[in-house]
Design a protein around this ligand. Structure first.
Ligand code: FAD
Length: 497
């Protein structure tokens, strides 16, 4: 059926940018609407495209609620959200063609807008789609929205990626930041009583059932743009001022806890940067804390910079000498040549008994049953709430990689499945950082001692009391011996590399 009121269709394709404010793609899709244009929001749940990492379980939970919230906000603007599942390479052209036919439009009457992505698989999809849609006559426009600065804009003078954070940060700060956009006001939409239908969100099965383990997540978080802004308000008012001290105290509300909001794009880093910058400029007592938090946002950009230049960041040691390292692999993660195993050296095939021990240690770590109260509290915080304090992320990761001798990829995979803020850049980049094989990584010999870390950063035991197991068990590993073994293995690797 032809609807004469619709003369053009603008499609805003949402991805990791589930917000309406400071969303350049949505903004452009609504701009210049004279009443004859229909702006439609589309989201494609793509778990099949090559090299796009399927979401973990906690992320799927967040996505469900994030999309529900987005739909509500868009509907206040008068913009419908249409959902599709499958490879975007097929679904976006199908959706545009269905709209074109439905409204009896020419290809030139269609425009598609999106905010750019930086993962290898995502970039390949976007580039192919841009070519295809433009070839069909549609207009395609893409924007910078999810980082402070796009990866190719922060490079050394030799046009190479930075490998060390501080020069990266210094160079990035010289580049002017785009100003954040306001939320669009009510759209003047063309009349479209009927539209090609999309899929039902509930039919995607993103929420856990049998069992539904999400109660802890729901108690800890409210996904969506409105809740993210509310939290940002608390951060600006209370948290930023004490961040320098609070950031290392897992027992208090001392960090922004904005990582899921940034991961899903309920807030843009530019919005947060601007807001913190304003605090720093106007509240001298909070300036240092606000600036330290801004620096962390730059770490997020640095991680994306790494992924942009190394799309295999989640699989391959950035420092290749670590390919010789004798890490253990739990079953299920046992590297095989077919799975693109990163190590150059063939893995030692352990006896069944040894493999059993590796699996048991890995499981104890995942379950928070290592016998180290800070580590166990962290792993239980993660399981219960889908998030873990940064200090504890470093300590738990160090224990897995250095004391238990298990490959960082096993820990990265567990975090990927359980974190609500799991992102394909920050997660592997930080795991590589802890393991010593990443960009600007912690030196390998820096092995966190979970007992000393607990004394220093959770002196009153608040965090351990809140999340730790009721009864402490025997440690699964001797810290001193395992540290010495790790350092010996490192020396061995250095001499054989
Ligand atoms: P704040 O301290 O308030 O920092 C503000 C923002 O800066 C964060 O929301 C985050 O977006 C960014 N940020 C802070 N620290 C880092 C960092 N080291 N690297 C990158 N960005 C940073 N962060 C993720 O967002 N997703 C992940 O999957 C992730 N995996 C990690 C895995 C390990 C092993 C480690 C050690 C760290 C990981 N981090 C990850 C980084 C960091 O732990 C979290 O970003 C931080 O704990 C989030 O809490 P916050 O929002 O209160 O951070």
């Amino acid at each position: 059926m032809t609807n004469p009121a619709v003369r053009a269709v603008h499609i805003a394709w949402f991805r990791d940018d589930l917000r309406i404010a400071d969303n350049p793609a949505l903004f452009a899709a609504l701009e210049g609407n004279d009443g004859g244009t229909l702006t439609i929001a589309v989201y494609v749940h793509d778990e099949v495209s090559e090299n796009i990492r399927p979401l973990g379980s906690a992320a799927r939970w967040w996505l469900h609620h994030g999309l529900r919230e987005l739909r509500a906000q868009l509907s206040e603007l008068g913009v419908p959200l249409v959902l599709h599942q499958g490879t975007a390479l097929l679904k976006i052209p199908e959706a545009t063609e269905a709209l074109r036919q439905h409204f009896g439009l020419n290809p030139e009457d269609l425009s598609v807008y999106w905010n750019r992505r930086y993962g290898g698989g995502e970039r390949a999809v976007d580039a192919s789609l841009m070519e295809l849609l433009r070839g069909q006559g549609a207009t395609v426009s893409s924007f910078s929205a999810t980082l402070l600065h796009e990866p190719w804009t922060v490079q050394t003078q030799e046009q190479r990626p930075y490998k060390v954070f501080t020069p990266f940060h210094n160079a990035a700060q010289l580049i002017p930041l785009r100003p954040a956009l306001p939320a669009p006001s009510n759209a003047q939409q063309a009349r479209a009583p009927e539209m090609p239908a999309g899929e039902e969100l509930d039919s995607w099965g993103l929420l856990p059932s049998r069992p539904d383990w999400s109660a802890g997540l729901a108690a800890a978080w409210t996904p969506g743009e409105a809740a993210a802004h509310e939290r940002l308000g608390v951060v600006l008012q209370d948290v930023a001022a004490d961040y320098l001290l609070g950031r290392d105290r897992p027992g208090i509300d001392g960090t922004s806890r904005l990582s899921p909001a940034l991961r899903w794009g309920h807030l843009s880093p530019v919005q947060v940067w601007e807001a913190l910058g304003a605090v720093a400029a106007t509240h001298p007592e909070a300036a240092e804390g606000a600036r330290a938090m801004m620096r962390q946002l730059a770490w997020r950009d640095f991680c994306w910079n790494q992924l942009y230049h190394r799309p295999d960041l989640g699989r391959v040691n950035l420092r290749t000498e670590f390919n010789e390292f004798d890490w253990a692999w739990p079953t299920g993660l046992l590297p095989t040549p077919a799975s693109g195993r990163p190590a150059a050296k063939p893995p030692t095939v352990p006896s069944d008994a040894v493999q059993g021990q590796i699996n048991a240690l890995h499981e104890a770590w995942c379950r928070g049953e290592t016998g180290f109260p800070l580590v166990d509290a962290g792993m239980r915080e993660l399981w219960e709430t889908g998030w873990m304090h940064n200090r504890v992320r470093m300590v738990t990761a160090s224990l897995l990689v250095k004391n238990l001798g298990i490959h960082w990829r096993a820990g990265e995979a567990w975090f990927w499945d359980t974190l609500v803020d799991a992102d394909p850049a920050s997660n592997p980049a930080n795991w590589q950082w802890v393991a010593g094989c990443g960009a600007d990584a912690a030196p390998y010999f820096r092995v966190f001692n979970p007992v000393l870390q607990a004394k220093k950063f959770d002196a009153q035991g608040r965090y351990r009391a809140r999340f730790g197991p009721l009864l402490n068990q025997e440690p699964v590993v001797d810290l001193k011996e395992s540290r010495a073994a790790a350092l010996a293995a490192y020396e061995h690797m250095r001499h054989s590399a």
